[in-house]
Design a binder for this molecule. Structure first.
Ligand code: 13P
Ligand code: SF4
Length: 325
């Protein structure tokens, strides 16, 4: 949590392990402007765990995984929400706060999963599998959510599927998340050939190499958007927030977070006793967020997220069903 009472120097102490002083000096103007604009606009910044450290530790009010950001969005009292993340996250915040202004720093912040599927694809799956419930990963457009029975995130997918009490579900659009969850629940899963361009690139060979490099003395945590053979090599698989909790509770001496690059940078600050091995892949969409783009959105109030009301009412029902589980 930051406020204008916090100085840029205080904030530097939180990022100095990853941001050199000379670089921070170039950021101070934007940081101070954002802190001031948040007060003026009565705005809060919700930031995903993949944000750069200067956003995550510097200007955000609430940080978390997709589930936490959706839950927190239901509690916001401010007039303006800046969602530092990707477009589907900002849409979810808007679905849950139709009367508030929701800004996204860069409208081009997409997601390979969200782009892999259309509402027509969902309708076709329903036609092929009549009566089978559709569980949709939140990494989708509002229009796709509107065709769904319930949403899920990587943090609650098992719970959501088990809550349905059915032998078979359509789980879209991430084929790897679907395969991993099918193995955990024993429920038959029909899926779609979508994948996260960041997590699909990790390989089992890479994980074996990390273990060999440290003579086995490393705890490996992977995101369930990775292929099942990568999850098989891990000590634990979970959402980005579940990875943070695992580190907090188990304090491994050395850990590898198999996910997007900023995760380790952000988490390492809180756990100086843990060594972070940093194999990672960058998400180009998450990285479109910068201090400059956040400042610009707040200064100009541009990049407002809008959703067709007819779509929003159906999409919100699927998100609400998830939050009720
Ligand atoms: P989490 O919900 O685990 O934070 O994942 C979001 C995401 O985009 C992962 O690639
Ligand atoms: Fe989408 Fe993958 Fe980027 Fe997450 S990391 S926003 S799933 S492309």
């Amino acid at each position: 949590m930051t406020s204008t009472l916090v100085t840029a120097d205080d904030l530097f102490q939180r990022v100095r392990h990853v941001v050199p002083a000379v670089e921070w000096a170039t950021m101070i103007d934007d940081v101070e402007a954002i802190l001031r604009l948040k007060e003026e606009r009565n705005a809060v910044i919700l930031a995903h765990n993949y944000m750069r450290p200067e956003i995550f530790h510097g200007v955000s009010d609430i940080v978390g995984d997709s589930l936490a950001l959706a839950r927190e969005a239901t509690k916001v009292e401010a007039d303006v929400i800046v969602l530092a993340g990707v477009h589907f996250m900002a849409e979810t915040a808007k679905l849950l706060n139709p009367s508030k202004t929701v800004l996204i720093p860069d409208l081009r912040s997409g997601c390979s999963l969200a782009e892999s599927i259309t509402p027509a694809d969902v309708r076709e799956l329903r036609r092929q599998h009549p009566g089978v419930p559709v569980v949709t990963y939140v990494n989708t457009s509002a229009a796709v959510k509107a065709e769904s029975d319930i949403c899920c995130t990587s943090g609650n997918a098992v719970k959501v599927i088990e809550s349905l009490g059915v032998p078979e579900v359509i789980m879209i659009p991430d084929q790897f998340l679907a395969a991993n969850i099918a193995r955990q629940t024993g429920v038959k899963v029909i899926t779609h050939p979508g994948a996260c361009e960041v997590h699909e690139r990790f390989t089992a060979k890479e994980i074996k190499q990390i273990r060999a490099d440290y003579a086995g003395d490393v705890t490996v945590l992977v995101h369930p958007e990775c292929p099942p053979e990568v999850v098989d090599e891990a000590d634990y698989a979970g959402s980005t927030a579940q990875m943070v909790s695992f580190v907090a509770e188990n304090r491994p001496a050395r850990v590898a977070l198999i996910t997007e690059c900023s995760m380790s940078d952000n988490v390492a600050q809180q756990y100086p006793d843990v060594e972070f091995v940093r194999p990672c892949n960058l998400c180009p969409h998450m990285k479109r967020n910068s201090l400059a783009s956040i400042r610009h959105a707040l200064e100009t109030m541009t990049n407002q997220v809008t959703i067709d009301p007819a779509v929003a009412v159906r999409a919100r029902a699927a998100v609400d069903a998830m939050l009720a589980v």
